[in-house]
Design a protein around this ligand. Structure first.
Ligand code: SF4
Length: 301
């Protein structure tokens, strides 16, 4: 559990077909997620009636959290580089994906041969680390959490599909997403990284998996969510969740309402959001310029 992933020299010795395949996956994943996270219309604003034409759970989460943030990201296409915590989570996700893909291909992947350094470097190259972020610590945490997850959780999972794009209509709204892992029992297998122990399944996560339940016929509606908590002593909190009829109803009401809100073009800033700070929002300067006021946190020189 406390072992860390090996450095490139040892990786190079052990690198065989598995590592080459993993690197190919890494680059494919990178392209794939750039497309998934791409703004709906960038860099120029889309015609008003095209906005919201294709939604995703993450777009809904962003819009409900702060409509102006949605507009800045998906409408204006302003840059939104990930911070250090996001990079840590992304690296764990990518390595887990490589592991699951190898399992799906009938291999017994060697965790020590996963290209941790390359994966970190690729993710970090696009990041904007905050002044208060300890990059070395984040990197060590990523390695430790990956090892814990693969040893304790992934080894027990029987994957049936990995990184599956899903798309369809919910209450007349076109929706898309990507399911990380679906196991042979139809369970959605998910992982998240967090700085604190989760109190329960978050509402936006329930919304996300209720979406997937409707768009992927193989999904049973049961979810296993592993939260990798990057506290001083890292730990994994595993939760099981079953999508409820009330969750499905929420998606049926919110997707059309969010699309309507987007198309009406009233993008208010939510300065009361938990994520409204310079640390968590890349649009703080644009937001202050547009509306006035002061966003929490210090502006970088
Ligand atoms: S700074 Fe706050 S109010 Fe402005 S876009 Fe970001 S989250 Fe929204």
């Amino acid at each position: 559990m406390s072992r860390s992933l090996r450095l490139p020299d040892s990786l190079a010795r052990r690198a065989g077909e598995f590592t080459a395949a993993a690197l190919a996956i890494l680059h494919r994943w990178h392209r794939h997620h750039q497309e998934e996270e791409a703004p709906a219309a960038a860099p120029a604003p889309a015609p008003q009636n095209d906005l919201g034409a294709l939604l995703s759970p993450s777009q809904v989460r962003t819009y409900l959290d702060c409509p102006f943030k949605w507009w800045a990201k998906y409408g204006l296409g302003l840059p939104d580089p990930p911070n250090g915590s996001f990079v840590r989570g992304r690296v764990v996700h990518r390595l887990a994906e490589m592991y699951y893909r190898a399992r799906l291909a009938g291999q017994a992947p060697d965790v020590d041969a996963l290209p941790f350094e390359e994966t970190w470097d690729l993710a970090a190259a696009q990041a904007a680390f905050g002044a208060g972020e300890d990059v070395d610590l984040l990197k060590r945490q990523a390695a430790a959490l990956t090892r814990m997850y693969l040893d304790q959780i992934a080894a027990e999972v029987q994957p049936a599909a990995v990184e599956t794009p899903v798309a369809g209509a919910i209450a007349g709204v076109a929706v898309r997403g990507i399911i990380d892992v679906l196991d042979v029992h139809g369970r959605i297998i998910d992982l998240k990284t967090a700085a604190r122990t989760p109190a329960g399944v978050a509402a936006d996560y329930a919304f996300q998996v209720a979406t997937y339940r409707q768009l992927e016929p193989r999904a049973s509606g049961t979810v296993q969510l592993a939260t990798l908590v990057a506290t001083k002593t890292p730990k994994i909190v595993t939760q099981t969740y079953t999508v409820q009829p009330a969750d499905l109803r929420l998606t049926e009401t919110l997707y059309p309402l969010v699309r309507e809100g987007i198309r009406n073009g009233l993008y208010l800033p939510n300065r009361g959001s938990n994520l409204c700070s310079r640390k968590h929002c890349n649009f703080a300067t644009a937001c202050e310029a547009e509306f006035g006021g002061c966003v929490k946190g210090q502006a970088e020189e």
